[in-house]
Design a protein around this ligand. Sequence first.
Ligand code: CAA
Length: 380
Amino acid sequence: MDFDLSEEERLIRDTARDFAQKEIAPKASEIDKSGRWPAEIVSKMGELGFMGVAIPEDLGGGGMTTLAYALAMEEISAGCASCGVIMSVNNSLFCDPVYKFGTPEQKRDVLTPTAQGKLLGCFGLTEPMSGSDAQTMATNAVKSGDGWVLNGAKNWITNGPHADHIIVFAVTDRSGPKIKHTAFLVKKGTPGYTQNAHDHKLGIHGAHSCTVFFENCQVSDAMRVGGVGDGFKVAMATLDGGRIGIASQALGISRAALEAATAYSKERKSFGVPIAQHQAISFMIADMATELDAARLLTWRAAKLKDAGVRHSTESAQAKLYASEAATRISHKALQIFGGYGYSTEYPAERHYRDARITEIYEGTSEIQRIVIAANLLKG
Ligand code: CAA
C-alpha cells in the first residue's frame, strides 16, 4: 500500500497542525479545567474546512480523501482531544451517512451547511440499556400518516447539547425474527425532541454529550435516511468510518503525550544527567514511538481502503482497537516519565491519560472491535 501523501493531504495536515499548535493547544488545559464548549474553535474549524473534510465540494465539504481527514483529525486531537471528537462526530457520524444514504434535499438543506461548519450534527444510536448490543434498542418509530412518530431516549450523544440535527436510529418493525431499524434526521426544536444537561466525564471535558429524548416526536418521511428497515446497516457502515476518526483521535493524543514526555525527559535531571539518558526512560520513549507508528499505519490503511471503496470493517476495527489501547499505554508511560509532576494538573500528562481512555470505549469498545475482527476473519 502506498502511503505517500498527496500535495493536498500534506497541505491539510500542515494547516491543521499550524492551527492546532497556535490556536488550540494553548487553550486545551483551560477547556479541560473549565469544561466549556470550545465554540470559537468549532467555528474556526468550520471556516478552515475541517467539519466536512471528505464530503464533495459541491455539498459544502473539502472534497478530500479519508486519509486527509485522518491527518487533520490527528493534528486537531494533538492540540485538544475534545476538539478532535467534536470534529470527528460531525464528519464521520453525521455528514458521512447523510452523504451516503441521504436524499438530494437532505444533502442540500442539511448536509451542505453542516459540512461547511455552519450547523452541527450528532449521532443517536446508544441508549441507556443498549450500548454494545446496539440492535436491541428500545426507541420506536411508528408510521403515522405520511410520517413517523418517535418515542425513546438516546444517551452519551456527543455534540448533542449544541447540535442542530441528530441522525437517530429507531426500531420500525419488531414483528419478524429480526428487528428492523430505520434512520431519521431530526431537527433541534422539533416538538417532542428534548435533551437534558450535559454529562460529567473523566476526560474530553470540552466535548459535551447528553441524553436526548423523543416523546411523540413527529418526523416527516422526507427526513428518513436510507430505506425503511435499513437503519442498522446505515449505523454499522457509518461506524466503519467513525472508527477511523477515533483511531486518528487516539493518534493525536498519543503524539501529544509522547512529545511532551520526550521534551521533559531532556530537561529534567536525576543522578547528574537528563533522565532521557537513563535506559529506563529512553526505552519507554522507544516503545511509545513504535506503538504510535504501528497505530498510524493501521489507521492510514483503513483510511486508504475507505477511499478505494473497499469494505473496511475489519481494518477500521483493527485500527481503532490498536490505536486506542496504544494511546492508553503511551499516555500511561508519559505520565510515568513526568513522575510526580505527571500527576499534577499543572502539566498536560494527566489530561492526555484521562482523554485517551475514552477512545477504548466510544464508537464500540475494544471488546466490540475484537468481536468484529474475529467474526469477519472466522466467517470466511
Ligand atoms: N456494514 C454494513 N452492514 C453491516 C455491518 C457493516 N459494517 N456490520 C453488520 N452489518 C449487517 C450484517 O450484515 C447484518 O445484516 P443481515 O441482517 O442482513 O444479515 C446486520 O447488519 C446485523 O449484523 P450482526 O448480526 O453482525 O449484528 P449484531 O447484533 O451481532 O451486532 C455489533 C454487531 C458489531 C456487535 C454491533 O452491535 C456493534 O457495532 N456494536 C457497537 C455499537 C457502537 O459502536 N456504538 C457506538 C455508538 S456511537 C458513539 O460512541 C459516538 C460517540 O460518542 C463519539
